[in-house]
Design a protein around this ligand. Structure first.
Ligand code: PLP
Length: 227
């Protein structure tokens, strides 16, 4: 598994797909999902120019962030959030993609250090009845964003989803399309959202086609994870 080669290939694939689907060049960011992978794998990606990393498990993520603290990296928390982990997450990460409860948002807000910029967050949507119970119904999103709008240590950047897997490109595009429509409606109602965290290794083309601005890629970059 050559991480540098994988990165080069995925980046050029993203640029090709941006062109194919009429997206602006460089409008899609690659988030390297390094959960369960060793520091050495992250270092190989850094050497090849990668800056954004995603982690699912708080403890593991904080250890990696701490040991790479002298580098200018941007760390994204993309896993389920336990309320007893909100302080650690708010102190160490730059982004949280999986916010779906007011209580969790309040705890993240309260724990975000004043010395840091507001925590970037995405609201997680459950779009296709995916197995995990995480995520709001798409209809609940406007009310939720309103409910957390007073939390000034949070900056709501956009929406995130992890739809149930589908094989065909068209089937993969459908849930992303619905999220994009919701994103447009929110912005028409005067929110300034700029982020759609959509797409993993399996459905990255569909996500780019439907407006993703952050692809969360693990397997295609670092190889299969041990179960
Ligand atoms: C693990 C994970 C990914 C990466 O998935 P791959 O299929 O390995 O690319 C993306 N998003 C979330 C929320 C994840 O938990």
């Amino acid at each position: 598994m050559n991480i540098a080669e994988n990165l080069t290939r995925i980046r050029s694939e993203i640029r090709t797909l941006e062109a194919r689907y009429g997206r602006k060049q460089n409008s899609v960011e690659l988030l390297a999902v390094s959960k369960t992978k060793p520091i050495s794998a992250i270092e190989a990606a850094i050497a090849a120019g990668q800056r954004h990393f995603g982690e699912n498990y708080c403890q593991e993520g904080v250890e990696k962030i701490t040991s790479l603290a002298n580098l200018e990296l941007i760390w994204h928390f993309i896993g389920p959030i336990q309320s007893n982990k909100t302080s650690l997450i708010a102190e160490h990460f730059d982004w949280v993609h999986t916010v779906d409860r007011t209580k969790i948002a309040r705890r993240l807000n309260d724990a975000r250090p004043d010395s840091k910029a507001p925590l970037n967050i995405c609201v997680q949507i459950n779009i296709s009845g995916e197995n995990s119970k995480s995520g709001l119904h798409i209809k609940q999103v406007p009310e939720f964003i309103e409910a957390i709008s007073d939390f000034d240590r949070l900056k709501v950047r956009g929406l995130m989803a992890l739809p149930a897997p589908a094989k065909e490109l068209q089937a993969q595009r459908q849930p992303f399309k619905e999220i994009y429509q919701s994103f447009e409606q929110l912005n028409n109602a005067d929110l300034k959202l700029d982020t759609l965290s959509l797409g993993t290794t399996q459905d990255r083309e569909a996500a780019i086609a439907e407006g993703s601005t952050i692809l969360r890629i693990g397997t295609a970059l670092f190889g299969e994870r041990d179960a």
